[in-house]
Design a protein. Sequence first.
Lengths: 274, 457, 354
Amino acid sequence: MTRNFALFPLMVVIILVSLPLMTMYGFLILDTFTDAPPGELWPDEFTLRHWRFLWDMSAAGNVWMATLNTAVLALSMVAVVVPVSSLAGYAISRLNLPYRRFFLAGILVMHAFPAVTLLIGVFFVLKFTGLYNTMIGVILVKGALMLPFGIWIMKGFYDAVPWEIEMAGVQDGASRLTVFWRLIVPQVKPGLVALSVFAFLDGWGEYLLPRVLAPGSEMTVMSVLLNQLIAGDDIGFDFNLFKTVGVFYTLPVIALFVIFQNRLMTIFGGGTKG
Amino acid sequence: MSSFADPTLEGARSSRPSRARRAPVSRLGLILMAPAMLLLTLFFFLPVALTGVFAFTDLSTSTGIGRGDYVVTPNLLRELGDRGMSSADLEAVSRASVTVDAETIERARAAGVDGRFLDDIEGDFLGRSFDAPSDFERDLRRLRTAPRRARDLKSAAALFETSVLNQRFTTSDGLSAKLETLAPEVTPAARAQIVDASYTGARFTTENFERLATQKETARLVANTFLYVGATLSLFNVGLGLFLAVVLFYTPKGMSSLFSTLWLLPRITPVVLYAVMWKWFTWEGGFLPILAEQVGLPSFNYMKGSVVTAWATMITLNGFIGASFGLILFSGALRAIPVQQLWASEVDGASRWQQVRRIILPQMRWPILFVTAYQTLSLLSSYEQIWLTTNGGPGRTTTVWALEAFKTALSNYTGNLEYGMGAAMALVLVVVGLVLSLIYLRLFKFNELVGRPKIEI
Amino acid sequence: MRLHLDNFTKCFDGTPVIEGLNLTVEDGEMLALLGPSGCGKSTTLLSICGIYRADGGRILFGDRDVSALPSQRRNVGVVFQNYALYPHLTVEENIAFPLTVQKKRTDKAEVARQVREIAELIHIEALLSRRPAQLSGGQQQRVALARALVRKPDVLLLDEPLANLDAKLRLEMRSEIRRLQLETGITAILVTHDQVEAMSMCDRVAIMDKGEILQIDSPTEMYRAPANRFVAGFLGNPPITFLDGQTAQEGRFAMAEGLTLPLPAHLRNMPAGRPIALGLRPEHFGHGGAGQASGRVTFVEPQGREMLFDVQAAPGVTLRSIQPTRDDVAIGDEVTWSIDADRMLAFDADGRRL
């Protein structure tokens, strides 16, 4: 990059702007193993007692069960979103669909369309189908709302595969399905990985849908558990405990993010070229 | 790919009448689309349709979802009286009578009344009616098998009372027939009015929109929404995003990736934890209030304590999530600027500010437009973060349209969820969202995306 | 196998881009489809292999009408410009792919044997375990050829196969592809925009423009006797120079700019005043003959063995000559060189050769 300019003032500015975030995330980590006297900012004592919820179920409820439930929700998201999107994405990218333009425009509009506004309508659908208050309902809804995005992302990946590969496959005597499965899918593996990770993260962090569409479900997920912890007054207000549970809850997210950072970047940009 | 020249260029011939066979429909394509279409229909299109339909109903917790019943309640009669129905008719409807027939005996048996007693009642009174319950009780007391305790007798006698009041009928005909037998003197017209008014289910109405159009609250919601979307978008999603992108463009690689990761954190942090962090940051006993106290500034719960700080908090916490979207998109666009352009401008003696203003910003127009269009849509409908933090408070000062729609229909403390009203509010958002996303579609140069499939088999 | 296109028509969006095209490629022949980009040659090729479907007419392989068959059942081998090797498979798996997707299962040993056989023919035995990304351009080209030939197709189609190679490899692969075609005796079509490729590799050349075949002939015949102005202009490097003018008295040709030349012998009897165009190839200027032209040398381009001269014979009229390298002529010199008038090509106002 160009280096003809002084760097120092820029560094100061960027650090100043980022200060609130650095503080919040810095103390998020710090507070999980320290205690500060009331009314003080800086901790004066090292402690591991905020982590007691890991074995003491009375501290924050059954976090292990909730973690398992969250994992089930997140993995189910992957299981719904990735296969369905990669099939539809291929069809929309490469096959002679009737009304293909219409499909494409529809997916693009739905991709931008704010799906949360449909929550009330979704609530009725679940009521009528009897899926209200079940985790299956939550998974299907969450998966369906993510589909336009997933299809769009996968379409982008398929578009990047040279047509000649497909033509060569057809010439070699393979059916379109064989071509898709044996020749094209291996080319979009990075897309499948990125979408899987993204779907997992999306499911892992979800709060609204389980809370609203399955309030009475037996399956408490971590987000709901954490919020109940804060809303409930049986434990008293203990930010350090909330943060520690929160950090525990967020660890897999951070891990996945660190491993797949580069692949996720395209997806965080909305899967769009500017 | 160059060998597959654009077919439209090749076909620079006179336009003869079309002889083209349509490329055959790919059955495989339809099969591959099927699962997606099923899910989208169920949880995307159907909800849109339902939102549209229920927006025109008065569906709520009290009407219940699904079919309603026909029930005449004392409340309803009072209401009808207020609307001018004659009191003679109302009295007739509310009158109770005692009938001994197979139905009432069965009802009493089911309620656990002594069987021998019932046999006697059946033997002596079957087919008879009494105008006053007290007459019936007096007659019952004469029976040998009658319960000794007055209270038991009274409750047994009550089982033979039939009144239309508080009885549920699944059809209007059922209620109508019952009214006719119990209160034959009521005119058919009045009866029809009672039956119609007694329906407990949801009805079609445009009242929701009338209410939205007339109530003062609407103006405030709209103003709040505009302020929220406008401020968050301009200050953070575009403003801060662009600022960060440009600054990080000039910083060394390690530094810039460190900061872009930091700014991505709010987006990947689960929303509940993110809310906890902001509560810790702004609530009394939290970071900012303690800091303020130490330097002698007013210290209170900034998130909920005053209107100004609540707005500032709400916009900032949402803006911090959105900034990364702009940052990623703008950074990509910046990297696409040929670096020779920048070198050339430096050789020409441009200062950094001039470089940014004259060379970089003009090339950012398209990405800015794109981020604005895309993020307007998501901000317009986002309420999860607000719900978990200020929750529209203090009072209702930071309530935006989407949050109000959500609370009206799905989450409030009074217990009566007004689905119809919420759907009406959501429908407004759906329509606005559709219009905006169609505009967004145009921005996308859609035709470039719709390349024809190159294999026609 | 003989390949025949009978009245073949192809439309895009209802607009015909190729209409009523007839073409026959004899059994064992290699034919070049030569033309500028956008002339319809790739469209024709993709229609023969079934990627595009014909909108009219018939495509025959021998006596078999394949017009309505999907690609998979046409038994055509194709080599694409960018080779289209499957990046995730090894060379061996790439070549074996056509065999493994066949309806009748071929057992593994047999697949391996056939792959090895074709690999030996194409000299890539040593590369079998590599992946495409580890191969040079020429090697990828060979693998693509092997994959196209392994299932013994009826027809081999080559779509600009040499375009992605550097100059030296191109020369090598040119003869290599021709050798394979001759050895296997397969009917082949080469699509290219490079006249040298077309002329050096093929038995016959079909020149296409705007969806029509203008001429089909052997390379030498086509160069010597092009059917029209387009073909004459397309073939030859450095290209032919066209002179637009009229016939004049005494079997001469005159241009408005002032240059006059004798007409070719067979046109001497034409009445005066007819608009015609003469085509003068650089090798017919300055190499003896009945006519001559003088002018000032405006440009000299040494090419090593030969030299190219631009001579301004009249205002706005530049003649081009190619001659063995000489150093007695420099820019600005006035020269008078002979023109072999009898070997000039003449075209009427519609561009047809006279």
